[in-house]
Design a protein around this ligand. Structure first.
Ligand SMILES: Nc1ncnc2c1ncn2[C@@H]1O[C@H](COP(=O)(O)OP(=O)(O)OP(=O)(O)O)[C@@H](O)[C@H]1O
Length: 447
């Protein structure tokens, strides 16, 4: 890594959250020369985010470090590729030799779900970075990002992406040994190995794979012996450039009772958040799932379900399965009326969960303001932002019209609500804190 870039990152550590640093800046490769600093982003999404959110900060820190303004060029690619493309050799990471695949162990059976592929994964704003990162890891195992950590709420596609990466690795190299496990299985295997005094065999098994995929590592919390063993497995795999892909239900730094040294290791690669999909993505996923299962579902039905079921994709898929089974049983087509009738209770449960009063209450608690102040006419900034956030969430998560939402917020005009929605959307694009608040509140409200 360029020494200048390393020092710049060290400075930025004090200014940015660990999450931002690991998600956006650590994956960049750098080379510095007489013309300034060149930063290579792994994909266009990262490039855009770095340019929009962090470039100013980077330039300021570089000016402080060097004593003069330095030009920073951003491009998609890698410093190693830049060298082979004829750029001057650099201090950045050298290209590593590609080794011939080892033949798979005769008794190795991989356990990937063949249905979870990138082709069957529907991309949207909420998951495009995760998908891009998983694809890069699959195309360049052990080299692109190690470990790759996908985190986010339940049923949002983390496991799907993990399998998709494993499946693609095996498509490129059928001998590639990809081992997928839920974290409970890792714990179970270790307990069994301890019981039968076969820890050597356990170590060999996990360290001999080309890629180790472990799902839901939050279950390691509080299990000290497991964490110890996983830590050593991690180190062994990392050192020999075997790929590690992990998922977690939240940013690992926020998982209690996970050892600090393990948390620190997890931050060595790339951590990407998978967010709940927006309406259009939910509808597209539903249509794709219906197509995959051979179930005839119209766009209207997909839109109905996508509008009403916002919690996660697993719930959407569950609703589709119920519809398909009932339609098959009664020999009826899946019309919107049939869907409304069949899923009446389920849709009512989802509608109950997110009401405007509930949003107001949760937002007030989240920002530590009183509910009556949130609904009052007072315009101080400490109340204005939470109020705008609550209005925007009401528009996003309920079926109410702008005038109805305005009415629920102390009789405000619909243009005020519209302004709130636009302000929050705009701010979320540039203000990391605001985006995190928005995402956290969506997670809380949609369960
Ligand atoms: N973008 C997507 N495109 C297609 N299918 C998706 C997408 N996101 C989620 N799914 C589907 O939703 C279901 C649940 O996804 P998955 O099991 O990957 O979630 P998860 O995030 O790992 O949840 P958990 O943390 O509970 O394990 C799967 O059937 C998966 O195929």
């Amino acid at each position: 890594m360029s020494d200048l870039w390393r020092r710049c990152l060290e400075r930025l550590e004090g200014e940015l959250s660990a999450e931002d640093l690991h998600t956006w800046l650590m994956p960049l490769q750098a080379r510095d020369d007489a013309d300034g600093l060149q930063l290579f982003a792994p994909n266009p999404y990262t490039l855009e985010a770095v340019r929009d959110r962090y470039l100013g900060k980077i330039e300021t820190v570089l000016a402080l470090l060097t004593g003069h303004a330095l030009s920073v060029r951003l491009e998609v690619g890698s410093s190693a590729a830049a060298v082979t493309n004829g750029h001057r050799p650099t201090a950045a990471a050298p290209a590593r030799a590609v080794t011939a695949p080892e033949p798979a162990a005769p008794n190795f059976t991989h356990n990937l779900d063949p249905h979870y592929t990138f082709e069957t994964f529907v991309e949207g704003k909420s998951n495009q970075l995760g998908k891009a990162a998983a694809m890069q890891v699959a195309q360049n195992p052990g080299r692109a990002y190690n470990p790759l950590l996908l985190y986010g709420g339940t049923g949002l596609g983390k496991t799907h992406l993990m399998h998709a990466a494993g499946n693609l690795m095996r498509e490129h190299n059928p001998h590639c040994k990809v081992l997928y496990l839920r974290s409970e299985q890792f714990v179970g295997s270790m307990i069994e190995a301890l019981r039968t005094k076969s820890m050597d065999e356990f170590k060999r098994r996990f360290r001999s794979v080309d890629a180790l995929l472990i799902d839901d590592i939050q279950f390691f919390a509080g299990k000290d012996t497991t964490q110890e063993e996983f830590f050593h497995t991690f180190n062994a795999l990392f050192e020999s450039k075997q790929q590690i892909i992990l998922t977690c239900d939240r940013y690992p730094k926020e998982v209690d009772k996970l050892e600090p040294r393990l948390k620190s290791r997890l931050g060595w690669g790339l951590s990407v958040a998978i967010e709940p999909p927006d309406f259009e993505t939910r509808a597209a996923i539903l249509l794709a799932k219906a197509h995959e299962k051979g179930v005839a579902v119209s766009e209207n039905v997909a839109m109905l379900l996508a509008k009403r079921i916002r919690s996660n994709v697993r719930d959407l898929e569950g609703a589709l399965n119920t519809l398909a089974a009932r339609a098959n049983f009664y020999g009826k087509p899946i019309t919107t009326e049939f869907a409304e009738e069949t899923l009446r209770d389920l849709l009512a449960t989802h509608a109950q969960a997110v009401t405007v009063p509930n949003i107001q209450k949760i937002v007030a608690e989240y920002f530590g303001v009183r509910l009556q102040d949130l609904l009052s006419k007072r315009r101080v900034r400490s109340l204005a932002r939470p109020r705008q956030m609550a209005m925007a969430l009401s528009k996003e998560l309920t079926e109410h019209s702008l005038p109805e939402i305005g009415e629920a917020f102390g009789g405000r005009d619909h243009t005020t609500v519209l302004h709130a929605c636009r302000t929050i959307r705009k701010l979320s694009e540039t203000d990391t804190r605001m985006r995190q608040d928005w995402e956290q509140l969506i997670r809380t409200l949609t369960g």
